[in-house]
Design a protein around this ligand. Structure first.
Ligand code: ADP
Length: 697
């Protein structure tokens, strides 16, 4: 009995457990059904919400299937073409919709016919070419149409009204155009103003210069010189103001191009050499021995900055020297940081005033400055130019001791123009350097050191002669010309008398005033302009031992100042009668064979007739201008296999950077009007054909 009871209890327990399990499974099923139902409802609800949002969106939206048939679209899309025949309906193809849009007359076809517009536009609307396009309607509205593909192969198109955005862009564009017109008008005004002022100034300064050279009493000569000096001062002011306003107007552009840095620095030195000579100042150049010469940069602007610094240094120095140092450091093979410093032994600038010299119209108030003309704009312009080139400018000065103005700019070097390692002739090793100025001796020693030559330095002729007598080894002598006690000429005479047969070079910064008897000149092997390119000195050294014998006339004379220009055929192309007269008068003493013509065609005709050795070419001339005349002359030369004739542009439009423009137009250099006698002479001397050695000195 007991066993039966136990079995029933077990059975009941099993039944209980099975019931509980069934109830729990039914509960799970119901819950599952509930979840599925809610999710389906939620999905439906969500799609309805999305559809409602799409319908009420202000921008047009449409959904196309993979066959490009319209599946859904909102009100903004459907109503775009209006009712009636052109109505858009679900199920239409994208191209049909486009065709209908074309026929409504709502779209601005930009002068095209509806058919042409459709043919042009249709390919862009194919569903595989998705992207963005803009559309203008005849009521002046603009729309951006964007189409994107969905992951189901459908494509959705949005059309957004961008009229306000377009209008703003249009206004901005118009404002930019107006600003461009105003700024080019300003540039043209500046250039014209420069031209208009320079032309009459040419008459004033040129004539005053000529007048000052005639027989005048003291008072008259004072008046004539005052007119000339004031005219020149006025021109400097005009140039500075023009440059400054260009920088301020943001119109200063840089034109980087390959150039030779050493030649450019030397050009600046030579240009200002006569000013330094007038004040008996030594103008020295120390170009880093290991720095290449070929770089890429805006040579016109770098020259402008350097000229400003050197002319300031000369202006504010009464005795001593002005030394230009060019050094460079390189981070890799092509990127150089070039440091150019101009050091003088002048009046200096008190430390409290140093910051202000770079500001506009700021001059240090000292007696020197009151005597000297200037605008106080030069350094402000230079600093801005250097900064525009990505560089910095600096100043180090001590009152009454001197100043160093310098700037640092980054320039890329040109590998093909790398400075080649020079060599010295094997016959020389020991060189005697005689110069009263320590800086000059140091520079020369460095230059000779690069050739592995050994230099003995002497600061005066007596010491050099004594050393020579004492048997100091000497294969060659390089001497300065003007020294306090005895000159280089006297040194040469003495050591030749002592039987020295080797080469003697003289370096002079004032070849123009070098007067020497031919007997004394015969003591020298070469007379060179100082400073000169490192290469020129090395070339001259190497030439010496090519000469069959020493003595007689110096074989190298680095100055055409000593040339005779008599009867040199020169062509002047200049339409302005006053300027013609100024040029004639200026060159009267040289007895040139001068032909003058007043327009472009006549210039070319005269060129062919007289075959001049030098042409001075005005730029603005009737017929055709100087650029065209130069082009024609260069063509004639090429056709006839003739060497190019030096052509010097004459221009009243002298903006900085012009020299490079003229050179690229086929000319050799340029002179800014008003013409200056000294500069005209320098050009004639520089470009006149080299004469045979016996005609020199
Ligand atoms: P400007 O030379 O036309 O007066 P700058 O801007 O070139 O104008 O120079 C501003 C001032 O800086 C000069 O007037 C002068 O007082 C001072 N200055 C410039 N360079 C030197 C220098 N090398 N030595 C002494 N003072 C100088």
């Amino acid at each position: 009995m007991g066993l039966v009871l136990t079995s029933i209890a077990i059975l009941e327990e099993q039944l209980k457990q099975e019931r509980a399990a069934r109830i729990s499974a039914e509960g799970a099923l119901t819950r599952f059904r509930d979840v599925v139902k809610t999710e389906a409802e939620q999905k439906k609800h969500l799609s309805e919400r999305i559809l409602a949002a799409m319908m009420s969106a202000p921008d047009a939206m449409a959904l196309f299937d993979e066959n490009d048939l319209l599946v859904a679209a909102n009100k903004a899309y459907l109503s775009a073409n209006g009712d009636g025949e052109n109505r858009i309906e679900i199920g239409m193809s994208r191209l049909d919709i486009l065709k209908k849009a074309a026929l409504t007359g709502l779209i601005d076809f930009n002068g095209k016919t509806a058919q042409d517009w459709f043919d042009e536009t249709a390919p862009n609307w194919r569903s595989e070419d998705f992207g963005e396009s803009t559309l203008q309607t005849t009521d002046g509205k603009w729309f951006r149409i964007t189409t994107r593909k969905t992951k189901f192969g459908d494509s959705v198109t949005y059309r957004v009204d961008i009229t306000a955005e377009k209008m703003r862009a249009l206004e901005l564009e118009q404002a930019r155009k107006r600003a461009d017109i105003a700024s080019s008008a300003k540039s043209a005004f500046l250039a014209n103003m420069s031209h208009e002022i320079r032309t009459p100034m040419n008459g004033v300064i040129g004539m005053a210069e000529l007048l000052a050279e005639t027989d005048l009493d003291e008072e008259q000569s004072l008046f004539a010189n005052t007119i000339r000096n004031s005219g020149e001062a006025l021109l400097t002011i005009i140039n500075d103001i023009l440059d400054y306003s260009k920088i301020e107007a943001g119109q200063m552009e840089l034109f980087p191009e390959p150039f030779n840095l050493e030649e450019m620095v030397l050009d600046c030195v030579r240009l200002l050499q006569s000013k330094a000579n007038d004040k008996h100042l030594d103008l020295l150049l120390d170009y880093d021995m290991f720095l290449p010469t070929g770089f890429v940069g805006d040579v016109g602007r770098i020259r402008q900055v350097l000229l400003n610094l050197i002319s300031n240094a000369i202006k504010f120095t009464q005795t001593g020297f002005v030394l230009i140092r060019v050094v460079g450091v390189t981070a890799n093979d092509t990127d150089y940081k070039i440091h150019i410093a101009v050091e003088d032994t002048g009046i200096g600038i008190p430390s409290a005033k140093q910051a202000q010299v770079f500001s506009e119209f700021k001059q240090v108030d000292h007696s020197e400055n009151r005597k000297l003309e200037g605008t106080g704009l030069g350094l402000a312009i230079s600093k801005k130019l250097v900064e525009k080139m990505g560089g910095v400018m600096w100043l180090d000065s001590e009152q009454d001791k001197g100043s160093v103005f310098g700037f640092k700019i980054g320039l890329k070097s040109q590998t093909d123009e790398y400075y080649r390692q020079p060599t010295a002739p094997k016959e020389i090793y020991n060189i005697m350097i005689v110069d009263d100025l320590e800086q000059n001796r140091t520079i020369l020693k460095k230059q000779l050191g690069a050739l592995n030559l050994h230099a003995y330095e002497y600061s005066n002729v007596d010491d050099a002669v004594a050393a020579f007598k004492n048997g100091t080894p000497c294969d060659m002598v390089i001497t300065d010309h003007q020294m306090p006690e005895q000159t280089g000429e006297q040194l040469a005479i003495q050591i030749r008398e002592l039987g020295f047969k080797g080469p003697i070079f003289m370096l002079s910064s004032d070849l123009r005033n070098l007067k020497m008897s031919s007997a004394n000149a015969g003591c020298f092997t070469a007379i060179l302009q100082r400073p000169s390119l490192r290469d020129e000195l090395y070339k001259s050294l190497n030439c010496v031992f090519d000469a069959s014998e020493l003595g007689g006339q110096p074989m190298l004379v680095e100055s055409s100042a000593l040339c005779n220009l008599e009867n040199l055929p020169v062509l002047l192309a200049e339409d302005n009668k006053t300027n013609q007269l100024v040029f004639r008068q200026m060159t009267k003493g040289l007895n040139l064979n001068l032909t003058v013509c007043g327009d472009g065609p006549d210039t070319v005709a005269q060129y062919q007739k007289i075959m001049p050795k030098i042409v001075f070419m005005d730029i603005s001339m009737p017929g055709f201008d100087g650029d065209e005349a130069t082009r024609q002359i260069r063509d004639i030369e090429k056709m006839n296999n003739m060497p190019p004739t030096p052509i010097i542009a004459l221009t009243a439009h002298a903006m900085a950077g012009d020299r490079d423009r003229f050179i690229s137009a086929g000319m050799d250099d340029y002179l800014a009007k008003p013409l200056k006698k000294k500069l005209v002479y320098e050009m004639l001397e520089r470009f006149s054909p080299t004469l045979a050695p016996e005609q020199q000195l």
